[in-house]
Design a protein around this ligand. Structure first.
Ligand SMILES: Cc1ncc(COP(=O)(O)O)c(C=O)c1O
Length: 409
């Protein structure tokens, strides 16, 4: 085989479809987020405002988080030096897991290298614990759940997105005695819509199924202590396994599950993705634990309130311009473009002409024909930055002669 030619062809396919990914070189400056510096390919620099980050509450630069990380770094050094089993469990990891268990009202939690790994490792391991298990998965679940479920070598059923009637049909069609697990997300990050958690939990109870809820885009931001949408809706005790990230609203890095002590003990003991890898650096664990604790307080609630306020304002302003906003009531603000080339072009113009950075979201992250710009207002954006964004979108929409007055909701 001509390997070079095969690689050229694979890359050319992406260029032809307008979905070749270009990474933007962004340097955040501590304390100034969402302002950052973009280094162009020719080496010149431009100040930009980040509008697509998942440091949803600005915790990645919170002084208390940084202080905790500095302290742990100075106390213990850079890395943990081992897997959790072989010298890589420290007081920082234990504190972080206790903080997470408390956040979700569970007995225990397990920290992984990322939420991607936590999903993949946990879901793919469940068959070892529950022989004959059938997994029911929402069709729009994140790639990490899909990968875990693919690698889980048991029966799988895909239900239509948020469609509880379809889920019921699938559950009812299977052997009532078979062990079952329903895997879904509380907020789907590309549309910003919520799952019908209570109804799914009702079905789980009726069919004696376990529930697995990915709250990656909700932890820190929903619920009176940042425990996520299940906390906000009083459903914490109806979820068997929570999945979350430490890399978005908590502003640091890593992922986790929270569940009963026995469930965590079993996953800890059987999941290769937990066992055979170096544990998080202690400084990372310390920073994440501090962010979680802080977001449980009134200060956290103020950040949540401001984030929601800015998201509402941005949606209202863009809708006022007649742009196709999809408003599902969450903090995520998707503007539908529906064409990968236009989407990339708008993103490029925003960056180059206005210093506004929003990455185009194309296939396979979203289905073809639903390409979009996805804005993520945070409490550290300010009204002037919102105004600049609105004016830039207005100007570009006119210049590119794109349709208006097509607001989705
Ligand atoms: C729904 C969902 N689950 C899991 C993940 C993985 O999170 P992490 O970045 O911690 O790997 C993501 C990442 O964007 C996600 O959107």
């Amino acid at each position: 085989m001509n390997y070079d030619a095969a690689l050229d062809m694979a890359l050319q396919r992406l260029h032809d479809e307008g979905r070749y990914r270009v990474f933007i070189d962004v340097e955040r400056r501590k304390g100034q987020y969402p302002q950052a510096v973009w280094t162009r390919p020719d080496g010149t620099e431009q100040e930009i405002t980040i509008w697509c980050g998942n440091d949803y509450l600005g915790m990645g630069q919170h002084p208390a988080v940084l202080a905790a990380m500095h302290e742990a770094l100075d106390a213990t050094g850079a890395g943990s030096g081992g897997t959790r089993n072989i010298s890589g469990t420290t007081v920082y990891h234990n504190q972080l897991e206790a903080e997470l268990a408390d956040l979700h009202g569970q007995d225990a939690a397990l920290v992984f290298s990322s939420a991607y790994i936590a999903n993949d490792a946990t879901l793919s391991t469940l068959r070892k614990l529950f022989p004959g298990l059938i997994i029911y998965s929402d069709e729009l679940n994140h790639a990490s759940m899909i990968e875990g479920i693919k690698r889980f070598d048991g029966a799988k059923r895909i239900f239509r997105h948020n469609d509880v009637a379809h889920l019921r049909e699938l559950l009812a069609a299977d052997d009532p005695a078979a062990p079952k697990l329903i895997a879904f997300e509380s907020i789907y990050s590309m549309d910003g819509d919520f799952a019908p958690i209570a109804e799914i939990c009702d079905l789980a109870r009726e069919f004696n199924a376990l529930t697995y809820l990915d709250e990656v885009h909700a932890v820190g931001m929903y619920g009176p202590r940042g425990g996520g949408v299940a906390e906000r809706e009083g459903l914490v005790d109806r979820i068997d396994i929570f999945n979350g990230t430490l890399g978005k609203a908590f502003g640091v890095f890593g992922g986790y599950i929270a569940a009963s002590a026995k469930m965590c003990d079993a996953i800890r003991s059987y999941a290769p993705g937990f066992i055979f890898t170096t544990s998080l650096p202690p400084a990372v664990a310390a920073g994440a634990a501090t962010a979680i604790a802080l977001l449980k307080t009134d200060e956290g609630q103020k950040l949540r309130d401001t984030q929601q306020l800015y998201a509402r304002i941005l949606k209202m302003r863009l809708r006022g311009l007649g742009l196709p906003i999809d408003d599902r009531g969450s903090h995520i603000v998707p503007v539908h473009v529906g064409n990968p080339v236009h989407c990339k072009m708008l993103s490029d113009m925003l960056l180059e002409e206005f210093g506004i950075y929003v990455q185009p979201i194309n296939f396979p992250t979203v289905p073809r024909g639903t390409e979009r710009l996805r804005f993520t207002p945070s409490p550290v954006h300010d009204p002037k930055q919102i105004e600049r964004l609105v004016q830039a979108m207005d100007a570009l929409w006119s210049r590119c002669a794109l349709n208006r007055a097509h607001a989705v909701a």
